[in-house]
Design a protein around this ligand. Sequence first.
Ligand code: HH2
Length: 286
Amino acid sequence: MQGAHAPAAPPGLRCGRFLLPLTRPLIMGVVNITPDSFSDGGRFLDPVAAAEHANRLAEEGADILDLGAESTRPGAAPVSAEAEAARVLPVLDAVRGLSLPISVDTRKPETMRAALSHGASMINDVDALRAPGALDAVRGSGCGLCLMHKQGEPQTMQVAPAYTDVMREVKEFLAQRVAACVASGIDRERLTIDPGFGFGKTAEHNLELLRRLAELAQLGVPVLAGLSRKTTLGEMTGRAPGDRLAASVAAALLAVQRGAAIVRVHDVAATRDALLVLSALQGAEL
Ligand code: HH2
């Protein structure tokens, strides 16, 4: 699907009871309820601390909150559906009354069902709904969805990532997953796609995906980009995950300039300021 034949981007992103405008870039704020996430593991494992953090990100201007209870960093150990639900549901219960969509980052159909029955408005799946039963778990709910590309599994995905043409392969995969969702009865208006920076990709692969990100937008589905604090930024700057704020803000800005509709970030306030500068500039250019 290229150029004039690309389907028109939908006017908004449907996330359950919310219809998010796509006329400006949206910020998805990350809340990791885990002991082992790569940049903030253990900080928000306590449900009260996680809910406070979620509220803070909402006040800072997040458009969506993404609750994750299983780290998918390279080398991370999988978590059972029971343990994942036990971490995420109390936080979801505490924040679902906020006036923004709450996304749950999970690859497990059991957790998807539980999260949706507890008021989640979006499911963010790093497996792009490939698990048996995942499409069935989300179809009837009207929730928003993020379909992400990854090569391999977290435990080994960074051992030897290999592609002939990384953007072509990522784009073909995501086009197939969009088609599978639509064929199963899911409205396009509910979908977003994500190249999965760092998921079975070298720094070179990540840079090429960022450079060519506009090609993904040709699929006519909003593109979500998650570069925040990632290892590639550490390789460029020599900085530890907690010291990658400036690099993360720069990466979010560059992704939006290349067509990302949503950026998934840990640092909402700083990202929002940067995006406001960009939108002022674009306004001034009109
Ligand atoms: N990155 C992470 C987790 N989930 N989901 C999407 N759609 N896109 C991403 O790039 C993405 C994601 C990894 O970041 P984080 O959640 O901070 O770390 P961890 O997996 O260690 O919890």
